[in-house]
Structure formats: C-alpha cells, structure tokens
Design a protein around this ligand. Sequence first.
Ligand code: SAM
Length: 253
Amino acid sequence: MATTTGAPGVALDPPQTAQWRETWSELMEGFVPYLAGLEETLCRVAEAVHGRAPRRVLDLGGGPGLLAERMARRWAGAEVTLMDIDPVLLALARGALAGQVRALEGDLSTPRWVDRTGGGHDLITVVMTLHYLPSSQVRAFYDDARRCLAPGGLLVVADLMPDDGLPSLMSALDPAPNEAAAELAWAQWWNDIADLEVLRPLLAQREAVFGSRPPAEFTAPVSWHTAAAREAGFGQAGILWRCGRHAALAAVA
Ligand SMILES: C[S@@+](CC[C@H](N)C(=O)[O-])C[C@H]1O[C@@H](n2cnc3c(N)ncnc32)[C@H](O)[C@@H]1O
C-alpha cells in the first residue's frame, strides 16, 4: 500500500506522472551505463542468495520508483518499500505506484530511518544515492542497513566507485557515459518540473531539504565500501557489477 507519510498528497495527472518518470529513467540511464544490466544482475543474485524471490524489499533513495516498480512486478507478492527524502520524487512515486509499492519519507543520514521501515528485509537496494552523504555517514549507513536486513539478507549499493586501478573491460569496449551531458539533462529536468504549478509546495519543501545540504559527492573505491560493510558486521561483501567508473557492491548480512 502506498502511504502519504511525510508529504502531503498531490493530485498529479497520471499521464504527466508517467511522462516525468519516463524522462527520469532516461536521465538515470545517461548517468549509469548499462543500468538495465545492473538491475537484472542484482535481481538474479537476490534470487540466488535466497533460493527464492525476496519477500521484503527496500529501495533506499528510490526517487520516483522505477526500480521499485520493476522489482514489484518481477516478484509479485513481495512487499516492496521505497524510501526517499525528496518530496517531489516521492509524489511521483506515490502517483504512479499506489497499491504496488509503499513509499516512505526518510533521511539516510540518521539511523532513524531503520525503524520506519519495520526491518527484516531480504533485499535492500541503494542506487546512485550514497554519494549524497559524507564518508562518516556512509560508514554509519552500512551499520544501519545491516540492522534493517533479515539474517542472510542482501544489500546492494551501486554508485560511482573508482576501480582501485583494475581495468574495466566494459569501459574499454564502450565509450564512457557523457557525464557533462547527463548533468545538463539533470539540471534541465529539474528546471522543467519547477514549472508545474501543482508541485510548487513540494518544490519549496525540496529546497528546504537540500538547500542547506548539497550532495556531498562522496566517491570511494569498492575496496573502501567492502571494508565499511565488513566493519559493520556483514559476513560477505564484494563487487557484484562494474561498468566504467560505476560499480555495485553486494553484501550479505
Ligand atoms: C540520483 S538519485 C537516484 C534515484 C534512484 N535510486 C534512481 O536510480 O532512479 C538520488 C536519490 O537519493 C535521494 N537522497 C539523497 N539524499 C538522501 C537522504 N539523505 N536520504 C534519503 N534519500 C536521499 C534523492 O532524493 C534521490 O532520489
């Protein structure tokens, strides 16, 4: 069930909601090369780790809910929750996914988010989100995420993770994503959505959230994330996927 926790309901036009989510999806594909391949890989690994479909799934920093929606479709019967701090993106997720995905407001920079989710998750995903936090909070996040997983649950963190000097075959085969173009498209997307009269109150809330804390732009190699996960008590942690400067870490609680 969708919930309105933390943000007022907004009457978004369904076709408009669909269009904004579609252009968001294109935006993310501009940042993350082979995003679809990453998603397929993490879903298969989650199924392999449990020997069944995950039953409780949490997508942190889930934005307008593209991955949450795909996981809810893939694993019919799973309880899929999305959490994000951005009221505008939450409104898009709620407008599109009511009844399919529970959408919660939550701030990953404090441990309080864990209790709001109810814990006991088989799978937690965090895609292109941890770089918003400074290193000390990312370190603390691994502890929070472990507490939020069921025993044996899987955490997947995908973000910019420079590759420790190991060459990436994928980046040798294909040109790197045009990061400047992706940044421009990001700025344009936010510029365009700011024209939506119906979102004005949420855009003001968004400004209040991010105005005082711009993204930390934290990046660290996979080895840093692996060490942080192990220190937080994850039994196994290692690289799941890499393409160019982007990688995904998988850790089992
Ligand atoms: C680049 S977007 C990625 C969104 C989504 N994972 C995707 O792939 O489409 C980063 C997301 O992290 C969220 N975020 C940033 N800081 C956060 C925080 N402290 N707590 C929760 N979410 C946060 C943003 O609101 C945004 O939705």
